[in-house]
Ligand binder design. Structure first.
Ligand code: NAD
Ligand code: TYD
Length: 355
């Protein structure tokens, strides 16, 4: 059997961000074995990884991070020495409808994974690392006052999603403080790019414009999000996994704030342009709907620490990133149609038809 320099467990690798991280690691580190562990929930889609699935250093394991026996077995079988933990329930609207699943996967799943790592690594933490991927939403919400979330901003989550992520972040840090586990945590802003599940704003709206369907804008569309191209997040994860300081937190963001309604107009303009529609053609699809419960007003990340300490900066300007993204979804209609037709997941198709 081939032996590898490192054995890296990436959880949630069949999801949106995870698939970009798996792709980057499989291609960049042929001497690492990359084990992609995913339960394949509605959000997990192995079609996201078709280009790397035959690589000699890639393994896929279908399992649930809440299953302690499966996690123990996985650490032992693959001699895991590094974890990059992305598996989670990730959609705020779903968390409002079903908070228990979020507590189960995000809190108990993370704790289960930490426990399995502690048992496997207990003898010596040398050369080991547990990297937990989190969100800026744990910090709560900002006013329109030019302030930013920094690494020392007090946690103040509002949605069941952000509450569950906050709790998992605390457990990860507790495993460092209590058991000495070498951990690192990052909190990132909203990601966009290829392979994002079309329940999230950007892919949902691109697809609806293509199909002439209405664009449900929550409230007045005045909420602000800070958007980062997903490949830049994956680059940051690579850097921090290798060079980030143990027990540190790094914020990752693009200094790229957009009011939802302004962002939506950019998406409409870009899709219309690429489809050959006259400018303004799809503006009439905008439909203001009831606001999301507890909708956080503004997220904005200060990623100065990551830039100063590790030299990371986003590589893409937003205009370039959004055009690339729209082009990808329009060029990969088969990927989108397999999801929205329910070919791979009937439950979601039902929900999609009822929107
Ligand atoms: P996603 O929903 O696209 O993917 C999540 C993946 O986790 C899926 O493949 C799913 O099958 C898997 N998964 C879910 N429950 C599991 C379980 N119990 N066991 C094993 N696998 C399971 O999510 P995403 O947008 O790629 O987010 C990935 C991570 O990054 C999450 O931890 C999320 O909180 C964090 N994050 C996301 C964003 C964003 O903008 N999307 C921003 C900051 C942080
Ligand atoms: P989303 O992509 O769900 O990410 P998050 O809630 O994690 O920030 O939503 C981004 C923003 O877009 C958020 O302010 C909610 C808003 N939104 C809509 O207005 N309409 C929609 O249909 C969706 C999915 C989101």
């Amino acid at each position: 059997m081939q032996s590898f320099k490192r054995n890296i467990l990436i959880t949630g690798g069949a999801g949106f961000i995870g698939s970009h991280v798996v792709r980057l690691f499989v291609n960049k580190y042929p001497d690492y074995q990359i084990i992609n562990l995913d339960k394949l929930t509605y959000a997990g889609n192995l079609a996201n990884l078709e280009d790397v699935e035959k690589s000699a250093n890639y393994r896929f394991v279908k399992a649930d991070i809440c299953d302690i026996e499966a996690m123990r077995q996985l650490f032992a079988e693959y001699h895991v020495d590094g974890v990059i933990h992305l598996a989670a329930e990730s959609h705020v609207d779903r968390s409002i409808k079903d908070p228990f699943t979020f507590a189960q996967t995000n809190v108990m799943g993370t704790l289960t994974l930490l426990q399995a790592a502690k048992e496997a690594w207990g003898e010596s933490y040398e050369g080991k690392r547990f990297y937990h991927i989190s969100t800026d939403e744990v910090y709560g919400t900002l006013e329109f006052d030019g302030t930013f979330f920094t690494e020392t901003t007090k946690y103040d989550p509002h949605s069941p999603y952000s509450a569950s992520k906050a709790s998992s972040d605390h457990f990860v840090r507790a495993f460092h403080d209590t058991y000495g586990m070498p951990v690192v945590v990052t909190n990132c802003s909203n990601n966009y790019g290829p392979y994002q599940f079309p329940e999230k704003l950007i892919p949902l709206f691109i697809n609806n414009i293509r199909n002439g369907k209405s664009l449900p804008v929550y409230g007045k569309g005045e909420n602000v999000r800070d958007w980062l191209y997903v490949v830049d997040h994956a680059r940051a994860i690579d850097l921090i996994f290798h060079e980030g300081k143990i027990a540190e937190t790094y914020n990752i963001g693009g200094f790229n704030e957009w009011k939802n309604i302004d962002l939506i107009k950019v998406i409409i303009k870009t899709v219309d342009k690429l489809l050959g529609n006259p400018e303004g053609h799809s503006l009439g699809l905008i439909t203001y709907v009831t606001d999301r419960a507890g909708h956080d007003l503004r997220y904005a990340i200060d990623s100065t620490k990551l830039k100063d300490e590790l030299g990371w900066e986003p590589s893409l300007q937003f205009e370039e990133g959004i055009e690339k993204t729209v082009r990808w979804y329009l060029d990969n209609q088969g990927w989108m149609d397999r999801i929205t037709s329910g070919e791979y997941e009937n439950y979601y198709a039902e929900m999609y038809r009822n929107r």
